[in-house]
Write a protein that binds this ligand. Structure first.
Ligand SMILES: *[C@@H]1O[C@H](CO)[C@@H](O)[C@H](O)[C@H]1NC(C)=O
Ligand SMILES: *[C@@H]1O[C@H](CO)[C@@H](O)[C@H](O)[C@H]1NC(C)=O
Ligand SMILES: *[C@@H]1O[C@H](CO)[C@@H](O)[C@H](O)[C@H]1NC(C)=O
Length: 483
C-alpha cells in the first residue's frame, strides 16, 4: 500500500493557491491581437452573446469515470473535447478550483500514462485551427486577475499558476479554443454542441500532477469564479449556471450535468456568500441518533465561513474539537477495538462482520433543515482482510484567517445527487442511485429528458491491491493575485 500521497497531502493541506505571473521567459509567446488592436469590451461581447443565445440554454451531460474509493482511483474524471478538429481529453472534475487546464505539448513533467485506463494526450495549440493564445492585456486575463498583471506588455501570454491543496502545481498560459460537450437532446440521447472558452495550457507540472498514479489530462474546475468553464459558457448564453453530480462510489462513474435538474427533487441550503469555495452552514452533527456535544461556538454562524463542500477531495476533514467527540461516539460500542495508525495517517482497526450493523450512522444537519447521512460503509474503508480504516481525518481545512473549517469530500458526497444552483445560490442533495438516471430540462428545445449514468472506466479499473490514492484535495483556491 502506498500511503505516501496522503502524507504529502497532510503536510501540504494548508498551502494556498496563487494565481500569478510566472517569470520564466520560455513561457512568453508571441501573440497577435484577436481584434487587430481594437479592444472589444467583455461587456460588449457578453451583451452580444447573451442576446443572440437568450433562448439557447443547453442541458449538458459530461461522461464520467473514476470512483471515490481511497483504495482505488480516489477521483472522478470527465471527458471533454477541445480544439478543431476536436480531440478528447480526460479531466478530473473538481468543485474546489476554478479553471480548466490540460497538459500541453512541450510540457515539462506531464504524465504520459495513466493507471486509470484512459489514454492521455497533450493539447497542442498549433494542432488546432481555432486555438488562440490569450494575451495578458485581453479582457479574460484582466477579469481573471481583477486588473492588468504587472509587467504586462502587448503580446505577452496570460499566464497561470495553480497550487493545489496537496502541494502539487500546474503552470502555463491561457489559450482560447473550441470546447465540445454533449448536449442532452432527447431521452438518453446527446448531440455534440460547442462553445469557445479560455483554459490553461499546462507547461509545467509538479508533485502528484506529474505522476502516472491516477493521472488525468488536466483538471476541470467547477468553482464559481468568472474564469470557470461554466461561468464562461453562462456568460456566452450557452448554459444556466446550475450543475449537478452524482458520484457512484460502488460501480464508479456516475452523472455530471449542467442545466436544471427536474427529477429527483432535492432540498437545498443557501451557499455562504462571497466564499472561494462552496460553503454551507452546518448546525449540528448526530451520531446514531445522539446529537454530538460540541463547543458552543463550533457552528457559530456570525463569523463562521461554514463547511466546505468539495468534490475534488476524497475524504472528510474535521477540526480536532469535532473529530475527537465524533470518533469516540462512533466507537462507543466497541471499547475493545484497538485503533492503530497505518502509514502515519489512517486510524485503522480489525473488525469482522458487517460494519453497517456494528457502527452508527452520522448525520450532518445544515441550515434550512437539509441533512446528509453518512453510513458506516461510506466512512469506513477496507484496507485489507478485516482491516478497516476511518475516512474521517483529524484537522480541518485552515482558512486564511487561521480558523479551521470542516471539509466534506467524496466520502460523504458520493452516492448522492448534489445540485449546485449558482443562480439561486443554493446547494442541495438527496440520496440517489448514481448508476441510474435523472431528468434534465433542456431550455433549447423546451424538453425534459432522461440522462443516464456513464462509467468511462468500467472496463479498466486500476488493478487490485494497490492503493493508488490521488488526492488533489484542493483546498485552497486562494485569492486572486491582487487581493
Ligand atoms: C461550432 O461548430 C460549428 C460547426 O462546426 C462552427 O461553425 C463554429 O465555429 C463552432 N463554434 C465554436 C465556438 O467553435
Ligand atoms: C463576474 O461576472 C459578473 C457578470 O457576469 C460581473 O457582474 C462580476 O463583476 C464579475 N466578477 C469579477 C470579479 O470580475
Ligand atoms: C441502480 O440503478 C441501476 C440502473 O438502473 C440498477 O441496475 C441497479 O440495480 C440499481 N441499484 C440499486 C441498489 O437499486
Amino acid at each position: 500500500m502506498d500511503f505516501r500521497r496522503w502524507e504529502l497531502l497532510r503536510l501540504m493541506l494548508l498551502i494556498n493557491l496563487h494565481l500569478g505571473l510566472l517569470c520564466s521567459a520560455n513561457l512568453v509567446l508571441d501573440v497577435k491581437h484577436k481584434f487587430g488592436g481594437r479592444k472589444r469590451g467583455l461587456g460588449e461581447l457578453r451583451a452580444h452573446d447573451a442576446l443572440r443565445h437568450a433562448r439557447l440554454l443547453s442541458a449538458i451531460s459530461l461522461p464520467l469515470g473514476g470512483n471515490g474509493l481511497p483504495s482505488e482511483a480516489g477521483l472522478y474524471f470527465a471527458k471533454i473535447g477541445l480544439g478543431t478538429p476536436s480531440q478528447d481529453y480526460y479531466v478530473q472534475v473538481d468543485t474546489g478550483s476554478d479553471i480548466l487546464w490540460v497538459n500541453c505539448a512541450g510540457c515539462n513533467k506531464c504524465p504520459t500514462k495513466s493507471d486509470l485506463g484512459v489514454p492521455l494526450k497533450l493539447f497542442d495549440p498549433k494542432g488546432s485551427s481555432t486555438a488562440k493564445i490569450v494575451a495578458c492585456d485581453q479582457d479574460f486575463c484582466e477579469a481573471t486577475y481583477n486588473g492588468q498583471l504587472p509587467g504586462c506588455k502587448p503580446d505577452l501570454a496570460c499566464q497561470y499558476n495553480v497550487v493545489y491543496g496537496d502541494g502539487s502545481s500546474t503552470a502555463g498560459y491561457f489559450v482560447e479554443d473550441a470546447i465540445q460537450l454533449n448536449h442532452v437532446s432527447g431521452n438518453f440521447q446527446t448531440s455534440l454542441t460547442n462553445g469557445s472558452i479560455a483554459f490553461g495550457c499546462g507547461a509545467k507540472q509538479s508533485g502528484t500532477l506529474g505522476s502516472a498514479n491516477a493521472a488525468t489530462d488536466g483538471i476541470l474546475g467547477f468553482g464559481q469564479s468568472n474564469s470557470s468553464m461554466i461561468s464562461q459558457l453562462a456568460t456566452a448564453g450557452k448554459v444556466k449556471k446550475v450543475f449537478a453530480h452524482c458520484l457512484d462510489s460502488v460501480n464508479g462513474g456516475g452523472i455530471f450535468t449542467i442545466g436544471q435538474v427536474v427529477q429527483p427533487k432535492v432540498n437545498t441550503t443557501p451557499l455562504v456568500p462571497n466564499q472561494q469555495h462552496y460553503n454551507v452552514i452546518m448546525k449540528a452533527i448526530e451520531v446514531g441518533g445522539d446529537v454530538l456535544q460540541l463547543p458552543t461556538d463550533e457552528f457559530d454562524t456570525q463569523d463562521q465561513k461554514g463547511t466546505i463542500i468539495d468534490s475534488g477531495t476524497t475524504l472528510a476533514y474535521l477540526p480536532e474539537e469535532v473529530y475527537d467527540p465524533l470518533i469516540s461516539q462512533i466507537l462507543a460500542q466497541h471499547k475493545d477495538l484497538k485503533l492503530h495508525t497505518v502509514e502515519d495517517l489512517f486510524q485503522c482497526f480489525q473488525y469482522i462482520g458487517n460494519v453497517d450493523d456494528g457502527f452508527p450512522d452520522v448525520t450532518f444537519h445544515f441550515a434550512n433543515s437539509l441533512t446528509l447521512t453518512t453510513y458506516p460503509h461510506d466512512y469506513l474503508f477496507q484496507a485489507g482482510n478485516d482491516l478497516w480504516c476511518l475516512g474521517w481525518m483529524s484537522g480541518g481545512f485552515q482558512t486564511k484567517d487561521g480558523t479551521h473549517s470542516i471539509l466534506l469530500g467524496d466520502l460523504v458526497l458520493s452516492n448522492r445527487l448534489v445540485i449546485y444552483d449558482l443562480e439561486k445560490q443554493t446547494i442541495g442533495w438527496t440520496e440517489y442511485n448514481c448508476s441510474s438516471n435523472i431528468k434534465l430540462k433542456d431550455d433549447q428545445s423546451g424538453g425534459t429528458y432522461s440522462v443516464a449514468a456513464t462509467n468511462l472506466n468500467a472496463a479498466s479499473r486500476p488493478t487490485g491491491g494497490r492503493i493508488s490514492v490521488f488526492l488533489l484535495a484542493l483546498i485552497a483556491l486562494a485569492d486572486s493575485f491582487f487581493t
